[in-house]
Design a protein around this ligand. Structure first.
Ligand SMILES: O=C(O)CCC(=O)C(=O)O
Length: 282
């Protein structure tokens, strides 16, 4: 555990920090009761979603973005604008990851973050809150907590996000991560938030789910988080910025990549680095 590091610093260095406890378990269980009926209609699908507008309708959005959470976000990115805000479920009894399943065992960096990646600032950040309990076989989120420019190596130490409902982590989307296969008997449910500086291109904030979410919110501080008109601007949110001390989750596992796959991963990392440098100069 690193002492005294802020979340912003941890997101640059290890790329991940623990947020468990920020949303009380009883509150998360109450969210589940509200969205169970929404997910019931789609439980035969490989992946299913409850969008930002539905999260506003059920009051979950307002709970998630409480004042302390908004201050924590502003402490990481003063002009934060949302990029993702939804709950999703992935199917049970799978042998492969639900995303990028035929590529490096699912390990990837989020493509839309590569152009703006900076090794000095966390620009593309996600938060995961577990809405179903996740054990080793339940499709846990896995994360490589070191600079993505070093590429992937076979047997690298990784963080695995397992735990009861309410377990939560914040992570840098430009780092290597994956969903392990959900081999278990139940659908895995997560609440996902992503934010980024408002000035950056944002191809999701104009989606109907965000427009509807904004129109249903009364509080201007909540509206600002989903306001498409802020794209391209640098004005900070109205929140006081809070620099929260980071808790770095331990590495408990190693990846199962073969030497050949990791060599390919390193080549890919060199390519990404060259691309970032070229785009930074363009
Ligand atoms: O569902 C997961 O555990 C990982 C999803 C993922 O790769 C992503 O959000 O970029």
């Amino acid at each position: 555990m690193t002492q005294g590091r802020t979340l912003r610093q941890a997101l640059v260095q290890e790329g991940i920090a623990d947020l468990t406890g920020l949303w009380p378990v009883a509150q998360v269980e109450a969210w589940n009761q509200r969205i169970d009926p929404l997910f019931a209609a789609t439980e035969d699908q490989a992946r299913s979603y409850v969008g930002a507008d539905q999260l506003v309708e059920t009051g979950i959005f307002q709970d998630v973005f409480s004042e302390p959470v908004r201050r924590l976000i502003a402490g990481i990115e003063p002009s934060a604008l949302l990029y993702h805000c939804h709950c999703y479920e992935i199917a049970a009894a799978q042998h492969k990851p639900h995303i990028h399943q035929n590529w490096l065992h699912g390990w990837h960096r989020d493509r839309e973050t590569l152009r703006g990646f900076s090794p000095a600032a966390p620009k593309f950040v996600s938060i995961f809150i577990l809405l179903s309990p996740v054990g080793d076989d339940d499709g846990p989120f896995e994360f490589t907590p070191r600079s993505p420019h070093q590429g992937l190596r076979s047997g690298d130490q990784i963080v695995r996000l397992v735990g009861p409902v309410g377990t939560a982590a914040i992570w840098n989307r430009s780092y290597y991560h994956r969903a392990a296969p959900n081999r278990g008997p139940r659908r895995r449910r997560i609440l996902k938030i992503s934010f980024q500086p408002a000035e950056l291109a944002n191809d999701r904030i104009g989606l109907d789910e965000f427009r509807a979410a904004r129109s249903r919110l009364d509080d201007p501080r909540l509206q600002a988080l989903v306001d498409q008109r802020r794209v391209g601007t640098t004005d900070p949110l109205a929140e006081e910025r809070q620099a929260v001390t980071a808790r770095i989750p331990p590495c408990t596992h190693r990846n199962d990549l073969t030497g050949a796959a990791s060599a390919y991963g390193r080549l890919q990392a060199v390519g990404h680095k060259l691309l970032s440098s070229a785009l930074a100069g363009s």
